[in-house]
Design a protein around this ligand. Structure first.
Ligand code: GTP
Length: 346
């Protein structure tokens, strides 16, 4: 049977940048296209404000992770929530992150064994508040982790939406564009009010599983659609696409790629070799992890590689070993070739 992974659209951006406003527009557009999205919402507080707004506007399936950031305290719960959503067979999953979440952590969570092969990261969309974004670095200077997270929100996005343009002068937008380009040369940039833009790119390739019609959702506050700006590097951006799974039909255009590589039990590479291999890719690697069996110790290990560090833990995992790699603008083809060379020559 042909199994298609459910496409995932991640909405990131600092508090108040316009994520929920965009989500409501996406739900409206999805409804017009007869699509049934599932939504995972994460809020920092115990009060589910956005979830309540959403319920008023749409009947889309909703899972909530309240009172903690999805990429920190709630990380372990993502798998359960996404599996619950998947039971409702959505045509796509939209994840709205808290303002302080790092989207790469979500890419990481999607590679958990319980989700492997079920979901495909399609796009990471980051919203920026045109009025305040430029001030964040100085306002939050003492909070290095937050400054890093806000930068990663820009770096990992394949679409950056500069929202609330009604509140600023054009000169502010030029400054913002320079900052975006400093951190991300290839993302498509759109300038919007009330997150209003052509949403086709986010829903392209998503098709309905059932004939079930979703009730229409109400429009959020009106704003004129602003066409998506096509940067000169668009062609280059799209060429980063790589369809790893031959039976996969839904393409991913995300800058963040996830690769799952088999690593047969008969392979006899050593841990040091694997560490050297991963560190040779450090410029394009965000994370690598997997269950790997090493003949020299006769032991299965859970390997976690992040930054310059690789941790090994013996594991009781009894399935087929594999390596998951998460990269940014990763040369996927070359990575696969080098991986094959390494594992075949041993
Ligand atoms: N003036 C102006 N207000 C906007 C615009 N877009 C959104 N807003 C308002 O800004 C507020 C925050 O918008 P949301 O969509 O809730 O932002 P968010 O990113 O989901 O916020 P958090 O849930 O706090 O992370 C709401 O009151 C919106 O109506 C815009 O383009 N211009």
């Amino acid at each position: 049977m042909l199994t298609l992974r459910t496409p995932v659209l991640v909405l990131s951006g600092f508090l108040g940048s316009g994520k929920t406003t965009l989500l409501l527009r996406l739900l409206e557009e999805a409804s017009l296209r007869g699509l049934k999205p599932g939504i995972l919402m994460n809020e920092l507080g115990k009060q589910d404000v956005d979830g309540n707004i959403l319920k008023e506007h749409s009947s889309a399936s909703l899972e909530k992770l309240l009172d903690g950031c999805i990429c920190c305290s709630k990380k372990s719960e993502i798998t359960g929530s996404l599996n619950l959503l998947l039971k409702k067979q959505p045509d796509m999953v939209i994840i709205e992150l808290t303002g302080v979440a790092n989207p790469e952590e979500i890419a990481d969570a999607l590679t958990e064994p319980a989700l492997l092969g079920k979901l495909r990261l399609q796009h990471i969309v980051t919203l920026l508040d045109a009025e305040h974004s430029l001030e964040y670095n100085s306002i939050f200077a003492s909070d290095k982790k937050l400054v890093h997270t806000l930068r990663r929100q820009i770096e990992t996005a394949d679409y950056v939406i500069v929202n609330k343009t009604d509140l600023v002068k054009p000169a502010q937008l030029s400054k913002l564009e320079k900052v975006i380009r400093k951190h991300n040369e290839t993302a498509q940039i759109a300038y919007t009010t009330y997150s209003s833009l052509d949403l086709s790119p986010f829903l392209a390739g998503v098709s309905a599983r059932t004939d079930a019609k979703q009730p229409a959702v109400k429009r959020p506050q009106a704003g004129k659609p602003v066409p998506m700006r096509q940067p000169a590097a668009q062609h280059e951006f799209q060429s980063h696409y790589h369809d790893h799974d031959p039976i996969e039909e839904v393409r991913s255009y995300s800058r963040v790629q996830t690769l799952t590589l088999p690593c047969s039990l008969t392979v006899t590479i050593h841990r040091g070799q694997l560490e050297r291999f991963l560190s040779s890719w450090r410029d394009q690697l965000i994370r690598a992890k997997g269950y790997l069996f090493f003949k020299d110790t006769g032991q299965m290990y859970l390997m976690q590689h992040a930054g310059k560090r690789t941790n090994w833990e013996s594991a009781a995992y009894a399935g087929e070993p594999y390596l998951v790699v998460i990269g940014i603008n990763l040369d996927v083809q070359r990575f696969e070739q080098e991986w094959q060379r390494l594992t075949l020559s041993n």
